[in-house]
Design a protein around this ligand. Structure first.
Ligand code: KG4
Ligand code: ZN
Length: 337
């Protein structure tokens, strides 16, 4: 089965074709970073308009790269949520309309479910079951994954997502948008001993997170110190160490509580080098294995949508012609495929 994937939930237009026999045939991405950078964050209306401009040319390019015409497709998968409503509606409307015109089925995909399945596109894909750490700009979740469509939420952030905390702290330090990768590089130059940030919610049992306090802690540290290059790097270092440590403590707990020995990390922040270093040390210590998507598939992309949609279509998913987009969509509402 060959599926076209369309991702437009936030500030990246991602398109791909996945073939259940041959794997990923082609993928392309248009990032809107330059468009939003000067505003210090994503401007939803600009995001929607840019998706409209990019989506059809990108689909044409990906089909050409895959050596396909629309008749070579068996289905279309599009992100229906969670995300920015206007941005989502572009992908949903285009996906549904093309499927109607091409007389093939189309299926709605949950963005975080697609992130979770992204490591399955790699050669060293994990077997089920595994624990998944989903760390993106909008969500931080620990899930037990027993198979496609069989997810159990173990814990999640009660306020800011890890990526959101990265971006807000980066902005505070004047690093632009999205600041996660820049903050991570700046932290490399920081002194780990100068500032100590808390590890939120690690003292009490459970697997939930809270990252908004760290951003406030960073703000107070900025106010209390003269901000030269070294101080900025030291604050970045203290922040990154706190986020990574907190994630590691909860991953350790999740592996111990579930008894599982496979850990998947996915979503934008799973591209972070300090987190990856920490997770591989943790995995070694626990005799566990850790899996990631390739860095380009940690952040938003069309390949993970095509893959997740392919699984759903293969499982017989069929949807009505009417369409929907859900800015908020808890994964607990997903029906097992
Ligand atoms: O998964 P994603 O592309 O979009 C959402 O679904 O939200 O994640 C984007 C988030 C942003 O907050 C970005 O700053 C963060 O992932 N991010 C990183 C790194 N690369 C992306 N954060 C820390 N270190 C990185 N290397
Ligand atoms: Zn995402």
């Amino acid at each position: 089965m060959r599926v076209l994937g369309i991702e437009t939930s936030c500030d990246e237009t991602g398109i791909a074709v996945y073939d259940s026999e041959q794997g990923l045939l082609a993928h392309a991405l248009h990032s809107q970073v330059d468009l939003h950078n000067r505003y210090g964050g994503v401007v939803p209306e600009l995001a929607s308009r840019d998706h409209i401009r990019r989506v059809i040319p990108l689909i044409e390019r990906v089909l050409a790269d895959a050596g396909l015409t629309p008749t070579g497709l068996d289905g279309i998968a599009y992100t229906a949520g969670p995300g920015l409503i206007g941005a989502l509606l572009v992908g949903v409307a285009i996906g549904r309309s093309l499927a109607y015109g091409w007389r093939i089925p189309a299926v709605a995909v949950h963005h975080m479910e697609a992130h979770l399945l992204a490591p399955m596109l790699e050669d060293d894909a994990p077997d089920y079951p595994f624990v998944a750490l989903l760390v993106s700009g909008g969500h931080t979740q620990l899930m037990e994954v027993d198979g496609p469509g069989r997810y159990q939420l173990l814990g999640e952030s009660l306020d800011d997502a890890a990526g959101e905390a990265f971006d807000k702290t980066a902005k505070l330090l004047g690093l632009g948008y999205p600041g996660g990768p820049a903050l991570s590089s700046l932290a490399e130059k920081g002194d780990p001993g100068r500032f100590h940030f808390p590890r939120p919610m690690t003292e009490r049992p459970g697997l939930d997170f809270s990252f908004s306090g760290l951003k406030t802690f960073a703000l107070n540290t900025v106010k209390e110190n003269e901000l030269n290059d070294q101080t900025r790097a030291d604050i970045a270092r203290a922040f990154v160490d706190a986020v990574v440590d907190t994630l590691l403590i909860k991953c350790r707990r999740a592996l111990q509580e579930t008894g599982l020995r496979r850990l998947v990390a996915a979503g934008g922040v799973s591209a972070n080098s300090q987190l990856r270093e920490g997770l591989s040390t943790l995995a070694k210590e626990l005799g566990a294995d850790v899996y990631y998507p390739r860095p380009a598939f940690c952040t938003d992309n069309g390949a993970m949508i095509a893959y997740a949609g392919c699984l759903k279509l293969q499982a017989g998913a069929a949807e009505q012609l009417g369409f929907y987009a859900l800015p908020r969509w808890p994964m607990s509402e997903l029906v097992a495929g």
